[in-house]
Design a binder for this molecule. Structure first.
Ligand SMILES: CC(C)(COP(=O)(O)OP(=O)(O)OC[C@H]1O[C@@H](n2cnc3c(N)ncnc32)[C@H](O)[C@@H]1OP(=O)(O)O)[C@@H](O)C(=O)NCCC(=O)NCCS
Length: 166
């Protein structure tokens, strides 16, 4: 498999990424609690990344700036998606690692997401202590995960999650 090239998402990429997300998550994606945080809030433009193989868009990742209670230096990772035809080649890993590195460089202290610990654990994500952080809707507590970009930020992040345009 060729190397993945990473670029910032442009307007032309958005419909292709939406199609990939529709295939990956189905119509239920609109009712997910993470989607409700992102609804109506522009993601962080410098953290909307696309992955390319030989000029073909095969995936992408976005982050949205969030407040958790009074703490405003966190971001919500998602969605991240890789085209089914090229899954399992490390492209998801590359997108997550690059996105997280850029989020850190932007000054974010914490990354939150709703996802599978068996996948995200490899990047250092850990489950959020039960009841510490709430989303606008139900979330399986085992799937609410956080990664500290600045040590100590998770214990300071308590309360409701709200997206904001950064
Ligand atoms: C999750 C996703 C982005 C990973 O992309 P990818 O390019 O296949 O990922 P990588 O190649 O870096 O990693 C593949 C490894 O992760 C594992 N993996 C993928 N999804 C997983 C999950 N949900 N839980 C546990 N492990 C998972 C694979 O089994 C594989 O394991 P291996 O390295 O031991 O063979 C991709 O599978 C996808 O688009 N899925 C549908 C959308 C989705 O679920 N997004 C994440 C939730 S927001």
């Amino acid at each position: 498999m060729p190397n993945l090239k990473i670029r910032l998402e442009t307007e032309a990429d958005t419909p292709i990424l939406s199609q990939l997300a529709a295939e990956a998550f189905g119509p239920g994606r609109f009712t997910r609690s993470a989607y409700r945080v992102r609804e109506g809030v522009a993601p962080v433009a410098s953290l909307c990344l696309t992955g390319w193989l030989d000029h073909v868009l095969i995936g992408g990742i976005r982050f949205t700036a969030i407040r958790i209670g009074n703490a405003a230096n966190a971001c919500l990772l998602g969605p991240v998606v890789v085209a089914p035809a090229v899954k399992g080649n490390g492209y998801g890993k590359t997108l997550v690692e690059e996105g997280v590195a850029r989020a850190k460089a932007e000054g974010f202290g914490l990354v939150l997401l709703v996802g599978d610990m068996p996948y995200y654990g490899r990047f250092g994500f850990q489950p959020v202590p039960l009841g510490q952080i709430t989303l606008p809707g139900p979330v399986d507590p085992a799937r609410l995960l956080a990664l500290e970009l600045i040590p100590g930020t998770l214990k300071e992040a308590c309360g409701k999650v709200e997206g904001y345009a950064s």
